[in-house]
Design a protein around this ligand. Structure first.
Ligand SMILES: C[S@@+](CC[C@H](N)C(=O)[O-])C[C@H]1O[C@@H](n2cnc3c(N)ncnc32)[C@H](O)[C@@H]1O
Length: 247
């Protein structure tokens, strides 16, 4: 299944699936990191922006926000949520911009959608090219060597007359540069139970490899995956926030 097909199917359920993510805190944290490390500019681009939750909150911090995503139905929802922002259909591994940005973000581990290390390198190069001097790239990532295949995130939401249950997990088979994101949705109401499931291949690498890919282009700072405080990465956690300042 292509990236496009996955999120075309998912777009109508996406915000319900992410209802337990604190996008406000995540966006505030990115804004604080940009205030500390950035160049003071306000031009912001969110890569793989989905339905635009980070753009919604960063617009409130006076950024001029744009979003890029490979899936038009996700962008249609983003445009409804953030009518003041610009949105473009495109691939984060091969994008060009007319006017460079000061701040580029990519959240919910979406950088892993680049698929393999060659495409991830293309993405990093595209981001570097798209930034102004001293511009900042901020994203979160997962270390393949820390993935526990037995752990999954689950939550349920009632919407209208239906109950939705969402389960997501990472799976890494212990070798190679591919890990799998497993998603499943169950929708139950008085008439029927529908089940929807997908397994999606994503690029797998550890944080040492990721830092090696980034350092030719950026000064790299790694932080614990916390949204209400800024703490240097303890070199063990498998989730982290990467803050990269253009060299
Ligand atoms: C897990 S969602 C994250 C959306 C949003 N960043 C968030 O935090 O809610 C992943 C998004 O990545 C997009 N995507 C996948 N591959 C992409 C690519 N190569 N270029 C741009 N967007 C991509 C999907 O269409 C989807 O909207």
């Amino acid at each position: 299944m292509s990236d496009n097909a996955l999120y075309t199917d998912l777009s109508g359920y996406y915000d319900l699936m992410c209802a337990d993510i604190n996008y406000h805190a995540q966006s505030n944290n990115a804004h604080r990191l940009h205030q500390i490390f950035g160049n003071g500019g306000r031009r912001h681009l969110d890569l793989a922006c989905g339905t635009g939750p980070h753009i919604y909150y960063l617009s409130q911090e006076n950024y001029q926000c744009s979003g890029l995503d490979i899936n038009q139905p996700m962008l249609d929802i983003a445009k409804q949520r953030c009518p003041q922002a610009q949105f473009e259909l495109g691939n984060m591994c091969e994008f060009d911009v007319a006017i460079p940005y000061d701040f580029i973000t990519c959240f919910l581990y979406s950088i892993h959608y680049s698929g393999d290390i060659g495409r991830l390198t293309d993405c990093i190069e595209s981001v570097h090219k798209a930034l102004n001097a001293g511009g900042v790239f901020c994203f979160n990532a997962v270390d393949k060597d820390q993935i526990n295949n037995a752990i999954s995130a689950k939550h349920s939401v009632v919407e209208g007359d239906s109950q939705f249950s969402f389960v997501s997990s990472w799976h890494y088979r212990g070798e190679g540069e591919t890990q799998t994101l497993k998603l499943s949705i169950e929708k139950t109401n008085a008439e029927a139970k529908q089940v929807w499931a997908d397994e999606h291949p994503m690029v797998a690498l550890n944080f040492n490899q990721l830092q090696e890919l980034l350092t030719p282009y950026f000064d790299v700072h790694v932080f614990e995956h916390e949204h209400d405080k800024i703490i240097a990465w303890n070199k063990q956690s498998g989730n982290a926030i990467f803050l990269c300042v253009k060299k």
